[in-house]
Ligand binder design. Structure first.
Ligand code: IMP
Length: 209
């Protein structure tokens, strides 16, 4: 992971092996949409979160939980800060869970159109998003929280909101609408990421008190 110079400076100032819980948490991501979703969920618990941009190594593992945990340990060790790393994936039933942990690569190579093409001729369009939120702070054990949202892959690309596969995923709770057609607040009511983050927030508040 490559942390920018400004982060290194900040890190030196903040470095403290006994970082008390309750201060700012750092969400390590380059994805501003993810950060925005997380900020809004955690604000409901009065947990302040800052975005920490970092170049993550491409960890290859067929388990999103391991990817998130390894990322959080790496990031926290390098920065001496309490960090969250999230890893997510789209798991399609008819494709035996593909692309799953390889969602980022598949998004870059095949894209949304490629997924629609792969599903041509399939009756079964069931799918789920899974999110793993890993937290690691100096001197602490790594904790990981999971969230899932079930739904189906739409027949067409619809909606401008969000990112990634949002315009082709219809969550069961909003029939006929893709994540791309929902506001961030609506997506946060049901999304994999918000569910994992809420579990994290409940644990974190208990730890802090
Ligand atoms: P990441 O490795 O956690 O960034 O997620 C892998 C890929 O899954 C991303 O590049 C997105 O294409 C997709 N993805 C993850 N979460 C979401 C989401 O909430 N909406 C849409 N696509 C997502």
């Amino acid at each position: 992971m490559i942390i920018g110079n400004h982060i290194k400076r900040e890190t030196r100032q903040l470095a403290d092996k006994t970082f008390p819980l309750g201060r700012l948490i750092y969400f390590v991501t380059n994805n501003v949409h993810k950060f925005n979703e997380a900020r809004l969920v955690l604000a409901k618990y009065n947990i302040a979160v800052a975005m920490l941009r970092a170049k993550m190594p491409e960890i290859q593992d067929d388990n999103i939980e391991n990817i998130a945990k390894i990322g959080a340990i790496e990031a926290s060790r390098k920065t001496h800060l309490p960090v969250i790393v999230e890893d997510a994936g789209l798991f399609i039933d008819a494709l035996n869970g593909f692309p799953g942990p390889y969602s980022s690569y598949v998004y870059r190579t095949l894209g949304k159109e490629g997924i629609l093409r792969l599903l041509e001729g399939y009756e079964n369009r069931r799918a789920r998003f899974k999110s793993a939120v890993a937290f690691h702070g100096p001197g602490m054990e790594t904790k990981c929280f999971l969230g899932v949202v079930k739904g189906k892959i739409s027949k067409t690309i619809r909606g401008e909101s969000g990112f990634g596969f949002d315009p082709i995923f219809e969550p069961d709770e909003f029939p006929g609408r893709t994540f791309g057609e929902l506001s961030v607040e609506e997506k946060n009511r049901v999304s994999h990421r918000s569910r994992a983050l809420r579990s994290f927030a409940e644990w974190y508040l208990k730890m802090k008190n």
